[in-house]
Design a protein around this ligand. Sequence first.
Ligand SMILES: NC(=O)c1ccc[n+]([C@@H]2O[C@H](COP(=O)([O-])OP(=O)(O)OC[C@H]3O[C@@H](n4cnc5c(N)ncnc54)[C@H](OP(=O)(O)O)[C@@H]3O)[C@@H](O)[C@H]2O)c1
Length: 309
Amino acid sequence: MTGATGFIGSRLVRELARRGYEVVVFSRNPTRARGEVSGAADYVAWEPTERGAWVSAVEGAYAVVNLAGASVGGKRWNDRYKREIANSRTVGTRGLVNAMTVAKARPSVLLSMSVIGYYGHRDATPLDESAPPGDDFLARVGVAWEQEARKAEALGVRVFLPRTGIVLGAAGGALSLMALPARLFIGGPILPGSQYVSWIHLADEIAILAQGLEDARFAGPINATAPNPVTNREFNAALGRALGRPSWAPVPGVAVKAVVGEFAESVITGQRVIPRRLLELGYAFKFPTLDAALGDIYGPWRDPSGVAP
Ligand SMILES: NC(=O)c1ccc[n+]([C@@H]2O[C@H](COP(=O)([O-])OP(=O)(O)OC[C@H]3O[C@@H](n4cnc5c(N)ncnc54)[C@H](OP(=O)(O)O)[C@@H]3O)[C@@H](O)[C@H]2O)c1
């Protein structure tokens, strides 16, 4: 598993170990990874551009899980960082598929992360998996990332591409940043406020990724978002309720753009994504509504500061 040290990956390692899998963590820094991620069978050095010892871990593995990628919201974008966002996904995925190509015993499945950013900046039109991609920077990265992964289909490998929405969990991820203004009593919608936020609770994300490894019906792109996306205004109101804070201070989109730069376009627009394939497959969401998800994350048994144990 690449990206195993991340917000999603570290929880997925734990869940797969619980299910009896031996997980080999691929990390650019395996020593750090060993300290950060518990439950793995081994930790190997992984440099996407180099054919290192990690190649032998691909040989004979049941599955390859590919989550690695430079954070899209963590830094202000410049041309160099945009190249890193793109290359950390496409070059890494290409390396994994090349390793599968030369393997004598190929994995049965490649789970390669994808993103709802694939659909680009959209209005309120509901989007299922048949919707065409957008053509902004993140959409182009999403398209190229999926294309690299799908090359494994020609090898007879099942390729599962979970197009994931904003993952909400207690410690880390986007929610920590989104909740910060509300915690400081300056929460409110990002204008226009009518743009959609397509979210998913971390517990559902992990359950969907794990099921997708085991269930042969999970093939191709599958939207991994809750069935009830909300507008940015509704999202901030729900966040205020969950944190017991007011949500009254609207933030103009231009102000967000001035602070975070080009990435702000994704926040000012957004997408209304519908998990049509998951619903057809009968996946039962643990947290189908935002109030249920936030109630679980910020419930009374948690630290009231919003910082999870
Ligand atoms: N969190 C979300 O809301 C969300 C939503 C949709 C899609 N996704 C996607 O799902 C994946 C995992 O998300 P996450 O939130 O768990 O991410 P994360 O916490 O930022 O972790 C990403 C992992 O990727 C590796 N990585 C970071 N920068 C890299 C670079 N420049 N080159 C190669 N590898 C790099 C790191 O592993 P090492 O340092 O150990 O190598 C890191 O642990 C990402 O690709 C992300 O885009 C996340």
